[in-house]
Design a protein around this ligand. Structure first.
Ligand SMILES: CC(C)(COP(=O)(O)OP(=O)(O)OC[C@H]1O[C@@H](n2cnc3c(N)ncnc32)[C@H](O[C@H]2O[C@H](COP(=O)(O)OP(=O)(O)OP(=O)(O)O)[C@@H](O)[C@H]2O)[C@@H]1O)[C@@H](O)C(=O)NCCC(=O)NCCS
Ligand SMILES: Nc1ncnc2[nH]cnc12
Length: 302
């Protein structure tokens, strides 16, 4: 695997191209560690997953990070065209295989490989670190043909034919609206209101959950399950949000309900990771010496 990045290709402003994969890894770990997340793996346990744990999520993040580096390197050396799209798709499929090896066959981060892979590739050759610009470039790349796409039928395909949900592909083709116009404003709005970093990240996740057509939820819980997730997330937010007594009570109710119905908002979790990634990229957060900037505040205790 060629993951050397030419030193001449620097990201303008504060980031260098080889810092992007590390930020992507940090975003995945920060998402996994964020607690308490309804139905999802977090520091408390496995949520609605019998085959995932925090340790498995962390192993998966470590296993796929080198592939983000390979994508960034490929992006530095090529224009944004169908050849780069094909190369990134091939690297993405290698990353999925590495994830499955690291997790003993569990699907920890398939959606995240797609979302962060596209964003890392776009950011590595963007003249701007503005989240909207990076997301738009990533959308352009996603829309180019994936010539080696296997003929397998995924859960997303089944849900698309049953409910018409466009899922992870639709989110990317549209320029990641749940990241740029939902997750990021919610994260920053919560910070501006003085919420802790943990509660700001939870507010961002819940805002995404309140409107996303999450194909993981649809696959396991059907349309009724999706309405439960959307309604429950809105209820937490309108009750005062995470950190308020009523909001925390509504969050605990939602968590119990998703656990009982075996529903997990995995797509929303991936888009929270993408939100944290773009937030860090735009703010030039990466700190080579300390290597911890994005992970601070993800422990559920601040
Ligand atoms: C475009 C691809 C992502 C393939 O998409 P498709 O829809 O065909 O495939 P799925 O297998 O259904 O995976 C999609 C995953 O995307 C996440 N997701 C769901 N809804 C959305 C949404 N609206 N927006 C964004 N992202 C979304 C979600 O991933 C997370 O959930 C997974 C865990 O869920 P779980 O229920 O446990 O899943 P399983 O174990 O599979 O099933 P159960 O039996 O347990 O129920 C976890 O992976 C999270 O990450 C969906 O799962 C893309 O893969 C693709 O085409 N790749 C080709 C390579 C390529 O072009 N790459 C380029 C850039 S890298
Ligand atoms: N924390 C999490 N729990 C379960 N599935 C996920 N997919 C991405 N992040 C996840």
């Amino acid at each position: 695997m060629a993951n050397m990045i030419p030193m001449t290709k620097m990201i303008p402003a504060l980031l260098e191209a080889d810092q992007l994969p590390e930020l992507a890894r940090q975003a995945l770990v920060a998402e996994a560690e964020l607690t308490p997340k309804p139905g999802l793996v977090d520091r408390r346990g496995s949520g609605a997953h019998s085959d995932l744990s925090l340790d498995i999520m962390q192993r998966s993040a470590r296993a796929i990070a080198p592939y983000f580096a390979t994508m960034a390197a490929a992006s530095c050396m090529a224009p944004m065209d169908r050849f780069l799209r094909a190369e990134v798709a091939a690297i993405g499929r290698e990353a999925e295989a590495a994830m499955l090896r690291a997790t003993g066959g569990s699907n920890a981060h398939k959606g995240a490989i797609w979302v962060l892979g596209l964003l890392v590739t776009a950011a590595a050759q963007s003249d701007s670190l503005h989240s909207g610009v990076v997301a738009k470039d990533a959308a352009f790349l996603a829309q180019l043909p994936d010539s080696a796409r296997p003929q397998l039928v995924s859960h997303g395909d089944l849900v698309r034919s049953r409910y018409g949900a466009t899922g992870a592909r639709g989110e990317a083709y549209a320029g990641f609206p749940h990241v740029v116009t939902v997750g990021l404003p919610a994260l920053r709005g919560a910070r501006a209101r003085g919420l802790s970093e943990t509660n700001s990240r939870l507010s961002s996740l819940l805002s995404i959950m309140a409107s996303l057509e999450d194909t993981c939820v649809l696959y396991r819980g059907g349309d009724e399950g999706l309405q439960t997730v959307k309604r429950g997330a809105k209820e937490v937010l309108v009750s005062g949000g995470p950190g308020s007594a009523a909001g925390d009570e509504a969050l605990r109710r939602l968590d119990r309900e998703l656990f009982a119905r075996n529903i997990s908002p995995g797509g929303s979790a991936d888009l929270l990771a993408a939100t944290l990634f773009l937030d860090a990229v735009e703010r030039g957060l990466y700190d080579v010496e300390r290597d911890t900037s994005l992970l601070e505040g993800s422990h559920g205790t601040d």
